[in-house]
Write a protein that binds this ligand. Structure first.
Ligand code: SF4
Length: 291
């Protein structure tokens, strides 16, 4: 693709995750009203001013994902694009920086994991029959998009490059951009409900070639991307594997049930208004009085 085509593609990429992904139900389970207000903001096509930092981080991830998708499709390489004379936003430049750093330092997905990427941006469920089955099992629509589907043929290569002990076979891959690396990632990704949900739905629809697990392929947004750990800090790249073999279907079903009810009834959860590092954006803006 030419520089212009890349730019147009990135500018026209919709920002937003799966409309009824497990992330949506988790958010609604935390606070139904927040999920409602976020949906309204999305429909009005407005950013939430008080959550501009979140929006910015989200946009970086969106651009990065789009570039990875184009690369897997063979439409881009790691050539140097120069957007310095264009009017492009910070988030896009940051997404580009991470993408180029990733390919320069760690190479393509297939090279690193000893295999071949056989799909990208794969929707789940992929068929109307799959959709109906999901509704039957979970009581509502649950959707997602798999960043990449990977067939590993040489697990020794994956181990040497990432430290992950894989088997020969199919894996789902999720690309993540993180503010920094954290020991918490080990827990978050090993026991990820997103991974459990995606794997369950994917394997339900692909019984002939089921996936063995989900890999989380993480790049940290360090100012200087570090290929390996050095005196300044740890590597800017890490890979994690969901602990396979967990059957979380009941847990996912419960989350969907609670999230759906909270969203439909717009139930507020005042315990969430000022929890975490920053107050809820709707609390700061006064859009929600929390009662
Ligand atoms: S202010 Fe509190 S109750 Fe209102 S949406 Fe935010 S977290 Fe929910």
């Amino acid at each position: 693709m030419t520089e212009d085509e890349i730019l147009i593609t990135l500018q026209s990429t919709p920002h937003g995750g799966s409309p009824r992904g497990i992330g949506f139900y988790s958010k609604a389970a935390n606070c139904g009203r927040k999920a409602v207000l976020d949906e309204q903001a999305k429909e009005a096509n407005t950013n939430q001013p008080d959550e501009s930092e979140d929006e910015g981080a989200f946009a970086v991830g969106t651009h990065y994902h789009r570039l990875m998708e184009l690369h897997i499709r063979g439409q881009t390489s790691n050539e140097v694009w120069d957007f310095s004379d264009r009017l492009v936003g910070e988030a896009m430049l940051e997404g580009l920086r991470l993408y180029r750093g990733y390919l320069d330092h760690w190479g393509s997905l297939g090279q690193r994991y000893g295999g071949t990427a056989v799909g990208t941006e794969v929707p789940i469920p992929a068929t109307p029959a799959g959709e109906a089955k999901i509704r039957e099992i979970f009581g509502d629509a649950v959707t997602g998009r798999i960043d990449a589907v990977l067939d590993v043929t040489d697990p020794a290569v994956a181990f040497a490059n990432t430290g992950l002990q894989l088997e020969r076979g199919r894996y789902l891959v999720d690309f993540k951009t993180a503010a920094s690396m954290s020991p918490q990632h080990q827990w978050t990704f090993q026991f990820s409900l997103q991974a459990a949900t995606y794997l369950d739905i994917y394997n339900m629809e692909n019984p002939d070639k089921p996936a063995l697990g989900m890999i989380f392929d993480v790049i940290a947004k360090h100012k200087q991307l570090r290929k390996v750990a050095d005196k300044k800090g740890g590597s800017s790249y890490a890979a994690y594997l969901q602990k396979p073999g967990f059957d979380d279907r009941e847990v996912i079903g419960a989350l969907v049930k609670i999230g759906k009810r909270n969203f439909e009834e717009s139930i507020p959860n005042p315990a969430q208004c000022v929890s975490g590092f920053s107050p809820c954006g709707h609390f700061k803006s006064g859009k929600c009085s929390r009662y």
